[in-house]
Design a protein around this ligand. Sequence first.
Ligand SMILES: NC(=O)c1ccc[n+]([C@@H]2O[C@H](COP(=O)([O-])OP(=O)(O)OC[C@H]3O[C@@H](n4cnc5c(N)ncnc54)[C@H](O)[C@@H]3O)[C@@H](O)[C@H]2O)c1
Length: 324
Amino acid sequence: MLILTATDIKKFYTMKDAIAADKQALKIYTQGNSDVPLRINFDMKKGQCLFMPAHIKGSDIVGIKIVSVFPDNPKLGKPSVPAQVLMLDPQTGEVCAMLDGTFVTALRTGAVQGAATDLLARRDACRAVLIGTGGQAISQLEAMLTVRSLTDVAIFDIDTQKAKQFTDEMKHRFAHFSTHLYFSQNLDEDISQADIITSVTTSKVVTFNGDKVRAGTHINGVGAYTPEMHEIPEKIVEKANIRVLDTKEGVFAEAGDIIEPIKQKLVSEDDFLELGDLVIDPTQCRQNDQQITIFKSVGTAVLDVYIGYDIYLKAKEKEIGIYL
Ligand SMILES: NC(=O)c1ccc[n+]([C@@H]2O[C@H](COP(=O)([O-])OP(=O)(O)OC[C@H]3O[C@@H](n4cnc5c(N)ncnc54)[C@H](O)[C@@H]3O)[C@@H](O)[C@H]2O)c1
């Protein structure tokens, strides 16, 4: 079994690789060529364990992400949300690889936003806003920087200190993009000038003012994953010309910012496409510079498993990682 840590993966697997893998994974999903059973949750005394398997049928790729939520772990010097991705060998059924699941989650989640932004944002998009500076934010920022030549990215969080510190760190980390990264002191103004907006928070209320969004903007909602959670203003969901989801099944069941406007009959389920639809038929992407487009993701095990196997194959080729 090949063990791949985050440090191993970072050595050879780029955000561009991840975006290409996510596009392929969601194309396969939308074509009906994958099996993704419902997540299995076990409540334990000290926390919860979640099992997320998937099978890519044609290539017989099978894997599972195991994520645990154990809030007291930090007291033991351990992460509160440990995660691993296990991959199976299609020839023997043996577990052939174990990857750092926290890193794979952040990578595939950033990359799916990057895929959507690549397919939907204006080609000349140059100003972006990132809302939320938690664990997922680095890969979200990297994905936007990867798919468009951005001149400016405004960074915002309700925790001002955190946002300032994050911005300073990202200036160094992503200096090679030559993009002006700055802490947003006036979110309304930054939203009104944005070509791309990405919200990746744990918020239960909308994270930006929909009235400030201008024509031609592309919006990504990445954070909300329960019916009570909300990031994208309903008005924008209603006003958008193109509305795209990672998976309809997941978003319609879980994401408050899409469930609510459907409940209010502002939009109907028929008004949404899957990202896989755009990969299969690119004529469904943006048609002009005035359209407002939105993308909402809640994640799916297909992404973890497809990208997990892609990383495993490339690692083997490059002889990276340790065999147990
Ligand atoms: N779509 C997916 O596939 C996917 C994958 C992983 C995580 N997520 C979700 O993304 C969200 C963010 O994850 P994380 O690990 O970065 O969380 P985190 O807890 O590390 O950070 C969340 C950040 O959001 C900020 N925030 C909360 N409300 C806000 C608001 N109204 N305006 C601005 N900032 C606000 C918080 O201050 C915090 O810094 C979570 O809800 C997580 O479950 C989605």
